[in-house]
Write a protein that binds this ligand. Structure first.
Ligand code: SAM
Length: 249
């Protein structure tokens, strides 16, 4: 009797449960893909609306494709996950934020990167911006100043299989000279002024995308392009609100 109950469990109940779990996970996966598609539609709508500021009418297919595959819900604390695909910034741990999807797409677009690019990100945070970049570029170096946050994100990125992202703990104000020069540098925290080291660590033709402003009420996203002779061209993109760039610099 005992044996037949065990056999029934093994032959009927267990396979049934496995089928149900598989069906559920297929639907859950499709649900996230659907949500990412809706998120990207919202991003494109905001891109169109902000064209008078940015001059960008629509995000490129390269950027859209990257945004469509990165599982934003995995970079967010469980308590916030139901909002993961809304086009807004969300709180993460250590009083920090994951940037709004539109801003992540815009900064990636402004960086004008390709599959050969070597990129530096200052402000790893959740790791989401680094993951989006890593879908497009050759390698992302990312620096986070809050050690426990940086270490947790480093381990998350490893678990998710992002093997072309290197995270370091430190003050990104000084860049990462060992891996410079970079094709692009993205700073995801607002600096009161542009760190000279970051401009120095750009390749000729390289781009620095950075929010500049001392108060969260008066920040501007700026794009700096280094010319072939080292001259710097500055462009103001649009008003933004980032957490501050901290550190002893
Ligand atoms: N890129 C992040 C993402 O995708 O989630 C957004 C990060 S959050 C808006 C800004 C991050 O910059 C925070 O994690 C903060 O600790 C970090 N940060 C602030 N000042 C820094 C500095 N001097 N060097 C490196 N990271 C810094």
């Amino acid at each position: 009797m005992k044996l037949s109950l065990k056999k029934t469990l093994l032959r009927v109940v267990l396979p049934g449960a496995i089928v149900l779990i598989s069906i559920f996970s297929v639907f859950a996966k499709e649900d996230f893909e659907l949500k990412r598609r809706q998120m990207m539609l919202d991003v494109q709508q905001m891109t169109k609306m902000s064209e008078p500021y940015t001059g960008i009418e629509t995000m490129s297919q390269t950027v859209a494709d990257a945004m469509l595959v990165v599982p934003r819900h995995k970079f967010i604390p469980k308590s916030q996950r139901r909002y993961a695909y809304e086009n807004r910034a969300l709180p993460i741990t250590h009083s920090q934020t994951i940037s709004q999807p539109y801003i992540v797409a815009l900064m990636t677009e402004l960086a004008a990167v390709n599959s050969d690019s070597i990129v530096l990100e200052v402000g790893t945070g959740s790791g989401y911006q680094a993951a989006v970049l890593s879908e497009i570029v050759n390698h992302v170096y990312s620096i986070e100043i809050i050690e426990p946050l940086g270490l947790a994100t480093k381990s998350l990125l490893k678990d998710l299989g992002y093997d072309n992202i290197t995270v370091n703990i430190g003050d990104g104000y000084f860049g990462w000279p060992e891996h410079a020069p970079f094709d692009a540098i993205l700073v995801t925290a607002a600096a009161p002024h542009v760190p000279e080291a970051l401009l120095e660590q750009l390749k000729p033709g390289g781009r620095l995308v950075i929010p500049v402003g001392a108060s969260s009420l008066a920040q501007s996203l700026k794009l700096f392009i280094k010319g072939s002779n080292g001259e710097i061209q500055e462009q103001e993109i649009l008003p933004v609100a980032f957490v501050p760039l901290t550190g002893e610099h």
